[in-house]
Design a protein around this ligand. Sequence first.
Ligand code: SAM
Length: 313
Amino acid sequence: NIQEQQEMQIPRYVRVNTVRTSTDEVMTWFSENGFKLQRRKRDIVDSIQMASGTFSVDEHIPNVLVFPPGTDLHDNILYKEGKIILQDKASCFPAFVLNPPAGSDVMDACAAPGNKTSHLAAIMDNKGQIFAFDISEKRISTMKKLLHRAGEKIVETKHHDFLKTDPSDPVYTNVQYILVDPSCSGSGMINRLDYVTSDIDNMDAKEKQRVYSLARFQVKVLSHALSFPNVKKVVYSTCSLHSIENEVVVMKCLEKFHEKFELKKALPDWPHRGHAVFPEASNCVRASPKEGSTSGFFLALFEARNSTGTVEV
Ligand code: SAM
């Protein structure tokens, strides 16, 4: 089947949940349980070449392991114990790029089912506070289960429309880091690549309308995040391949907020960059099965102009 074939294109990525265990411990477990650690040659980025029963350490994102495409770990004991999270590599980019220090106040604007929230908590060493919003009650309940299994203690889940949060609410005064991963067309999701074209001109009218309406929503959510008074770093991400939902959203928000924010080069060593929709678009990151062996993904990093990169907490 097409979905299976496409899932076979990219490796199975595993994020070690450092709240519960360490990467060394997980690597030892796999080595003792029938998997052989393989050193990855720098030029072999195409993990389709990985032999079955092997694994390696990801070269870009800490605490991410790489297994051959099709490796099924859903019944794995480490997964059941919340020690590993089955999360695509590109979906680990946002929390890694936002990189909030332990003890900080963070917002995850569109958080459920919570993979990126859980990654944020791990990066923060489970210290500080994360306000995790989602408008869907069902997805919030899935998120609570995921966060419980992962041992996360610093997340306050909020079943609430992020757009209705008040940036002047004193509760959010110390928020300096916001992750914005809003609803998108999902055109980069691996099981959808067969029927969604990234070329907006080839879309039928209904799908085109859906993408434009999502893009309007995305501009609103990102603008709202950029309106919080003390925010220093905002990461915007989607799993869409459409520029309309990616570079164009970033360009519009940058036009609106350019006095306060600049677009920083995210993941400087990552070779696949934003499409040249506006001059600084190469500061953004793109990923796909062909561009880095991940599912389709986009990311942009906004930083407050007066931000020194250091944070008082
Ligand atoms: N960040 C999540 C993760 O990594 O697990 C995935 C987020 S998903 C792409 C987008 C989420 O935004 C959905 O769960 C959706 O319910 C939520 N959402 C949509 N509109 C929202 C709003 N106005 N306020 C808060 N959440 C919203």
